[in-house]
Design a protein around this ligand. Sequence first.
Ligand code: NAD
Length: 436
Amino acid sequence: MKIAILGTGYVGLVTGTCLADCGNEVTCIDKDAGKISGLLQGRLPIYEPGLEELVERNGREGRLRFTTDLAEGLRGSQIVFICVGTPQSETGAADLSTVFAVAEAIAKNAEDSKLVVVKSTVPVGTNAKVFEILSKAKIQHRAASNPEFLKEGAAIDDCTKPDRVVVGVRDQQSTDLLRELYAPFLRTERPFLVMSPESAEMTKYVANAMLATKISFINEMANLCEMTNADINDVRRGIGHDARIGFQFLFPGAGYGGSCFPKDIRAVISMASAKGMDSRILLSVDEVNEAQKLRLGQKITGHYQGILKGKVFAIWGLAFKPRTDDIREAPALVLIHNLLAAGAKCRVHDPEAMENVRAQLGDRIEYLDRPMDAVQGADALVIVTEWQEFRSPDFAKLASNLTDKVIFDGRNLYEPKAPAAFGLTYHSIGRATTQG
Ligand code: NAD
């Protein structure tokens, strides 16, 4: 099939590449000329495990193309995926201006009939508006919704082996075309769920709202554990074996970030409010998360009795989660801003996200290529992202390098006794501090 992808970011590039890898002819379109010229020279704009190799192979074999020219990119395609960003607007609602602008551009430039599929996360009713825009064109187009559930860091697997594919459609022809397109990804009997565009749009938000709720829930319980001498890790194990609860997404931490959860939760709150409804659960989920992003900083301030001026902190992990370079709404940025404001210095390491942070913070902090380099000359270590390489550090080396012999772990990577055995004081989330 011939496919056009409009918006070549995390979702568009991964989707386009995976579809090309099944034998489709895919053209990825983006208005960002720098991004497209980089891709044409084999430079990826994002880090995603396994993606570079797939882009290179499918490009070489002529199935994956990149362009800034919308009319050229649309030519001959049967399906056009809209994968542009839907950031939070000033009111908290999703900003849909780019979605509508590209729908207008498709209506203006398409030379033949298309199935236009909205993959971006959008509030209920957006597909109907896109359909209305397309209906003004001389050529008749169809519109469908196909929300994306991929996770950054595991995006290729999520795209090629999805738990389910959700499509919101108005006609059988669109259903059949999308079923055919997704057939290679659903060979292990994964469900292809057909519903209205409105239900498909809602499904994506409800999924993210549920996941964010689990995170804020466990973070609130972790904070209560700290006050009551209970250990959240034991509690987590104690509840997780209940099949009705399970283990997934119940790890306490430094708060959720990223380009999706924060803005999607606020978009649902705004959708509810537009209907005169208070989304009381999600208002709390957001509030708890904003507070949780401050937790590590509060522990640090508490440890140093409010005097951070001149202290040097090694920070491991900047991305909002491991296996990505995405720093949008990352808890590490909140922490760094607060430490700098208090007069402290930061020596940071992240395997993939340092360039993105450098673009924002420049030389206000120091960037180190290896985790142990960041620790050299630091007073304390703070762990914000659970990259695999931070899980088994040389505690003896940490103890000899950290002047104040203290670790603040926002991801509970270690058994509390392990660092303490080397004389390190260890603060984590929802567990008692162990003294070195
Ligand atoms: P992104 O910011 O990485 O990519 C969006 C791309 O669209 C950018 O490259 C931008 O240059 C391009 N663009 C903007 N205006 C354009 C125009 N007029 N014409 C052509 N290209 C244009 O965003 P993303 O993270 O890929 O997210 C896209 C959508 O998918 C959002 O609605 C998001 O909520 C949703 N989503 C994201 C994820 C994720 O993990 N990132 C997962 C599921 C769903």
